[in-house]
Write a protein of this length. Structure first.
Length: 202
């Protein structure tokens, strides 16, 4: 496994609130020795390319694609948090990343991968199932130490045609133990139209 130093964490759901991703990123920044950038999907521009047999084909505008690829260019891991409704966005982002940077590690997590991991396991290098604070931080630390992370609770993946599906971590019974969500401005950005804008105060 290659050395990893940076991760981009993307909330694919529209809005700046993103309570789950903000809480998870806050925890990860305290427990994982990585530079972590948070990208919120506030108002991305996904254009409809065509409709064929009831399937809507969508794509990023060329400018949005260029800015997105530049943003993730230095990240060794790109993690996407998604609901069922934002799965098309996650698919587009993953395809763009893998076309340009096939060696980057892409991980899907969140509500949809947790309730339907079998639908997601062939879309990303890894799928994380369940609450992410404890298990996902353990997974990232495995990668940092040069291991593949396939034995970590919550990880699903397919390797050489074989499905790996580990049980999820036990639920955290008191979320106060996890700390506050990340509402600081450091390394936090939003996808706004075709642009990626750093969050600031004022």
């Amino acid at each position: 496994m290659k050395t990893i130093n940076e991760m981009t964490f993307i909330s694919t759901v529209d809005g700046v609130h993103a309570l789950g991703p903000r809480r998870l990123v806050s925890y990860l920044r305290q427990h994982v020795d990585l530079n972590i950038k948070l990208l919120l999907n506030v108002s991305s521009r996904i254009q409809i390319k065509s409709v064929s047999k009831g399937r809507v084909n969508r794509y990023f505008s060329p400018e949005a694609r260029k800015n997105f690829l530049e943003f993730v260019s230095h990240s060794d891991v790109v993690a996407l948090s998604l609901f069922s409704g934002s799965k098309p966005m996650a698919e587009i982002m993953t395809r763009i990343i893998k076309e340009e940077y096939p060696d980057k590690i892409v991980v899907w997590g969140g509500v949809h991968p947790t309730i339907a991991p079998e639908e997601c396991v062939d879309c990303a290098d890894y799928v994380y199932v369940g609450e992410g604070e404890i298990g996902f931080s353990r997974f990232l630390n495995e990668l940092i130490e040069g291991r593949d992370g396939l034995n970590v609770n919550g990880i699903w993946a397919r390797r050489n045609g074989e499905l790996i599906s580990n049980n999820h971590e036990p639920f955290v019974m008191c979320i106060d133990e996890l700390g506050f969500p990340e509402y600081g401005m450091s390394d936090s950005y939003m996808l706004w139209g075709d642009d990626i804008v750093e969050l600031t105060i004022g």
